[in-house]
Design a protein around this ligand. Structure first.
Ligand SMILES: *[C@@H]1O[C@H](CO)[C@@H](O)[C@H](O)[C@H]1NC(C)=O
Ligand SMILES: *[C@@H]1O[C@H](CO)[C@@H](O)[C@H](O)[C@H]1NC(C)=O
Ligand SMILES: *[C@@H]1O[C@H](CO)[C@@H](O)[C@H](O)[C@H]1NC(C)=O
Ligand SMILES: *[C@@H]1O[C@H](CO)[C@@H](O)[C@H](O)[C@H]1NC(C)=O
Length: 225
């Protein structure tokens, strides 16, 4: 995953240039994002391996790093994570400033099939600084990562379909089910910040506590090609 992803989410742009697929984006909230979770099914990877294609779900604000667990396809995913040619590499991931340098950090990288449901959970720890990313497959933790941005004040949430270098596009539908976003305090207008790219289909955002906790039963991202 590369630096452009950070710029895209930070600016809350739904569709940025022609190397980005359509996105589902929320933000900025008037509060802060403190937790998010979803179940991600990436769909079959392109038959002719892209170099590179990154599918992720991100949270950030305009000055923080980007928490962005998801799946990657490079020209040789076998060399990258031991995947076969019809699998993705899944991982926890973060793009941001670490020890003064702008860095991409990845947790363990694990091969996954396109029809596997990947659990993704981001949670701010009680110290109000540490973010834990936990990626699970079939209930087993496969990848974790920690980063240190604190509550994401005026933050946003969004999907990324990021096509870099020698990439012509994603070829399968992606689904995110049972997505939950938790804010530090209620923001009843958070749903009005929603932006959906062409062909993105999603169920309504639901809150039962006045806008602190939001759920989205289903988000479907179309193939690019
Ligand atoms: C974050 O991860 C650390 C290390 O695994 C753990 O000690 C801590 O309880 C976790 N915090 C949350 C909020 O999940
Ligand atoms: C973390 O933030 C919450 C909400 O603002 C606050 O109640 C709590 O005291 C903070 N904890 C620490 C360790 O600063
Ligand atoms: C998921 O776990 C169940 C129960 O342990 C097992 O039967 C099933 O084969 C697993 N599926 C995958 C895709 O690993
Ligand atoms: C992003 O969140 C961090 C951590 O709470 C905060 O220090 C920073 O001011 C926020 N940035 C913006 C633009 O709100």
């Amino acid at each position: 995953m590369l630096s452009l992803s950070f710029a895209a989410l930070a600016l809350f742009v739904a569709v940025k240039a022609d190397s980005w697929g359509p996105a589902y984006s929320l933000g900025p909230t008037s509060s802060a994002i403190i937790e998010a979770s979803t179940t991600f099914t990436p769909g079959t990877p392109p038959t002719d391996a892209e170099d590179s294609l990154f599918l992720w779900i991100g949270i950030s604000n305009s000055t923080s790093g980007l928490i962005q667990a998801g799946v990657d396809q490079l020209a040789d995913n076998n060399a990258y994570c031991g995947a076969s040619s019809d699998q993705w590499c899944a991982m926890a991931s973060y793009f941001g400033v670490v020890d003064g340098a702008t860095t991409q950090l990845n947790g363990d990288m694990v091969p996954v099939d396109g029809d596997q449901a990947i659990g993704i959970h981001y949670k701010l720890a009680d110290d109000n600084l540490t973010w834990n990313q936990t990626v699970t497959l079939n209930g087993t933790v496969i990848s974790t990562l920690q980063s240190y941005d604190g509550p994401l004040l005026n933050g946003g949430f969004g999907t990324g379909t990021e096509c870099q270098s020698e990439c012509t596009g994603s070829t399968s539908v992606q689904t995110y089910t049972d997505t939950t976003i938790v804010l530090q305090s209620a923001d009843a207008d958070f749903s009005s910040t929603l932006s959906k790219g062409t062909g993105v289909v999603a169920s309504d955002m639901v809150t039962t506590d006045g806008g602190k906790t939001w759920t989205i039963a289903s988000i479907t991202i179309p193939a690019m090609v």
